[in-house]
Design a protein around this ligand. Structure first.
Ligand code: GDP
Ligand code: GDP
Length: 438
């Protein structure tokens, strides 16, 4: 599990700038869970080998109306609750404000590991201007300049050092045991708990008594048809008697972490609600993480044929980037369509972890080139020589040759299609990388 860093502070201190710096780009906003989490942004960061999730609570304009501040406080509290460590940002140039004191009081009461950061400190003499921030009684003040990237590395180190388990090897029990790690993701009320309980109540499925705990995520091991599975919790599952119950409301971080540690993400969409922004964001995150995805439209029993057609159309447009994911209509409640879902999960897993030998990859590559060679671009003709597998979950194919930077996206898609066909890849993204010899 990646540690989670929350950036908090009053507006305009530079949280978004720091967020962009930590996640390396503006496009790194992987999950704007609009609605539920208004203006909380989640991004992936990496420093050396250490990976983490950053939550930015920025995006608020200071507003005279008290309502905005209350909303902001709520955003901050939710981000802090989800975080392992808090980075509290103040403005080194503007100095201390009453709002800084309020936030500091809140953080001190909470007792979460916190790093106090004075931003916009470029060109400032540390000892002099930063002295006043010690008043906040949150320990040492770290001077940074988010805009210029100064002090940011040591800030990340300090923050992650406060998380005892950050940087440990992740526990990949699932890899060794041959279990399929499965995350059931979806909006609140999509039917996740219902589906899981329907599964666990199936006779063909043997649930092991005690859910295992990996850090704070619960995994439920079970076996079905000789295949072992580990269900990764996204909803704070707790066992009550014979059934599992989602005790928490939707947790973005739990969903993101479950997606990352899964082999296969089963994305449950509520047929009665259609494809929402949040569904698209979860799907986008799964894609970015390179996870295999199976789409299940739940509550099929509650819609008519016309609604079903409309839904299929909206999936085609709104989830066009998930073309590789198989689509299933199910009813968790009425136990319909569940058999084919297992088949799809199994195929997605096989595809995601598929072994692709170099000779086969190279043969498919050269046959493809012979069938249709890449176009000459800017006086260069890309020359493909051989291919090897660069990774699994998601599968990565590395193609070696010359002038490969001139290969068009269309040609890349053509190659992807050929490789997919050869290895019967379904349900998983496939990444193709080019390595040019100079
Ligand atoms: P947020 O409201 O806390 O997310 O703050 P923003 O990231 O939007 O930044 C507010 C303003 O401060 C913007 O005009 C930024 O360009 C500026 N800013 C951010 N970081 C720095 C910095 O390190 N140095 C200086 N001088 N300005 C900065
Ligand atoms: P979760 O928040 O994703 O865990 O959703 P729940 O499993 O708690 O389900 C939310 C609501 O949808 C409950 O009232 C369920 O009874 C209902 N529900 C779940 N699956 C189905 C289904 O297949 N058909 C219908 N009609 N309702 C369902």
């Amino acid at each position: 599990m990646k540690p989670v860093i929350a950036l908090v502070g009053r507006p305009n201190v530079g949280k978004s700038t720091l967020f962009n710096r930590l996640t390396k780009s503006r496009d790194a906003i992987v999950a704007d869970f609009a609605g539920l989490t208004r203006d909380r942004h989640y991004g992936n960061g990496r420093q050396g080998k250490r990976e983490f999730i950053v939550i930015d609570t920025g995006g608020f304009e200071p507003d005279a109306s008290a309502g905005i501040y209350r909303e902001m406080a709520k955003q901050t509290q939710q981000a802090v609750a989800e975080a392992d460590v808090v980075v509290f940002v103040v403005d080194a140039r503007a100095g201390l404000s009453a709002q800084d004191h309020d936030i500091a009081n809140y953080l001190r009461r909470l007792g979460k590991p916190t790093v106090l950061v004075a931003n916009k400190a470029e060109g400032m003499l540390e000892g002099v201007q930063l002295a006043e921030f010690y008043e906040l009684a949150l320990g040492e003040v770290q001077a940074v300049s988010a805009a210029h990237g100064q002090g940011v590395r040591s800030l990340v180190d300090r923050a992650l050092d406060l998380v005892p388990w950050a940087g440990e090897e992740s526990e990949d029990a699932g890899e060794d045991s041959g279990a399929i790690r499965l995350a059931v993701a979806g909006r609140p009320n999509a039917g996740k708990s219902t589906l899981i309980n329907t599964w666990l109540g199936e006779e063909r499925l043997v649930a092991f008594d005690m859910p295992g705990t990996t850090r704070d995520a619960i995994t439920v091991p079970f076996e079905r048809g000789g295949q072992r599975y580990e269900l990764i919790d996204t909803a704070g599952l707790r066992r009550r008697g014979k059934v599992f119950e989602a005790i928490e409301k939707f947790s973005v971080v739990k969903t993101l972490q479950a997606i990352e540690s899964a082999h296969v993400v089963l994305l449950l969409i509520d047929a009665t609600q259609g494809v929402t922004d949040q569904d698209a964001h979860i799907a986008g995150y799964a894609l970015e993480s390179g996870r295999a995805v199976v789409l299940a439209i739940n509550k099929w029993d509650a819609i008519d044929d016309y609604q079903r057609q409309m839904l299929e159309r909206s999936i085609e447009t709104r989830l066009a980037f998930l073309k590789f994911a198989p689509l299933h209509f199910i009813s968790a409640k009425k136990r319909q369509g569940l058999g084919p879902l297992w088949t799809a999960i199994g195929e997605a897993y096989r595809s995601a972890t598929c072994k692709m030998p170099t000779p086969v990859l190279t043969r498919v590559l050269l046959e493809s080139v012979q069938f249709q060679s890449p176009k000459r671009a800017g006086g260069y003709r890309p020359k493909m020589r051989y291919a090897h597998q660069g990774g699994m979950n998601p599968p990565v194919i590395v193609i070696h040759g010359n002038s490969l930077e001139h290969v068009s996206d269309a040609y890349k898609r053509f190659l992807e299609g050929r490789f997919r066909k050869e290895f019967k890849l379904v349900g998983t993204p496939l990444r193709i990388e080019f390595k040019t010899a100079h």
